[in-house]
Design a protein. Structure first.
Length: 235
């Protein structure tokens, strides 16, 4: 069986600054795969390369066996990839409801994610429906950001550092929600610096360093690999 997403020897750069040096990863249907690594190793850029925001300078990207290398972001979204960026781009002046409505209108594909289904998953967004985005807590903003991306009905969710800047209890609540999405069969590629968040969710892990994969294996294998934990993750 071929992978849902496959990156093969992907290189990427910002202008003259080279950032990815031959990333090869696979995400199978229904899996949660985590990209781990310290600040600046290339996790975000790997996701941006899939999404077409930073197209690869070399290498191939396949989604559902189709070569999507260099496709523009709207076309990648329509093919079934949703991206939740690290910087939570919600509309601060719009209410929760309006934010979701904008996402509904802009949805990349038809599918099961209605506003009602979103509120089932995130009841807090239902309770806060008329609150402006800018007045939500960090955790609520993160849930709204994920909700907006789900409205596009992705088959693969790219989730960039969802736990960043959130208090431990909020991270736990978020972890449970992402776990529910996984249990519902959504395929997830997650980038994280927080190893506990990642290992609680991920079936498999890739640890990056300086734009290359240094470790690939199961979460259990990573937990017991002291040298990778010490050298690449400093935990
Ligand atoms: N727009 C940009 N222009 C130039 N260099 C960039 C740009 N965005 C990222 N970089 C550089 O690319 C490298 C990889 O960054 P990237 O954001 O992919 O790493 P990361 O592992 O996701 O880290 P972080 O957790 O900080 O997002 C870093 O050295 C970063 O400074």
């Amino acid at each position: 069986m071929s992978a849902l997403l496959e990156l093969q020897d992907v290189h990427a750069a910002y202008g003259l600054s080279r950032v990815l040096f031959g990333i090869s990863i696979e995400v199978n249907e229904g899996e949660c795969v985590c990209l781990l690594g310290r600040n600046g190793v290339g996790k975000t850029t790997t996701m941006r390369s899939v999404m077409g925001l930073t197209p690869p300078s070399a290498g191939r990207i396949r989604f559902k066996s189709r070569d999507i290398t260099g496709w523009p972001p709207h076309r990648v979204a329509r093919a079934g990839v949703g991206f939740v960026p690290e910087d939570r781009r919600i509309f601060a002046e719009l209410s929760v409801w309006e934010n979701l409505d904008v996402a509904r209108r802009a949805a990349a594909r038809p599918g099961r994610w209605t506003i009602e289904a979103i509120v089932d998953l995130f009841p807090v967004l239902g309770k806060l429906h008329d609150r402006q985005g800018g007045f939500l807590s960090g955790g609520e903003q993160q849930m709204l950001t994920i909700a907006r991306t789900l409205m596009g009905n992705p088959e693969l969710l790219l989730l960039d550092e969802p736990s960043e800047g959130l208090a431990p209890l909020v991270v736990e609540a978020l972890l449970a929600k992402v776990g529910e999405l996984k249990a519902q069969g959504l395929t997830i590629l997650l980038a994280e610096q927080g190893i506990e968040f990642s290992l609680a969710l991920a079936d498999r892990v890739y640890v990056l360093e300086k734009g290359a994969v240094r470790f690939a294996g199961s979460s259990a294998a990573l937990r017991s690999d002291r040298s990778v934990l010490d050298q690449l993750l400093m935990v």
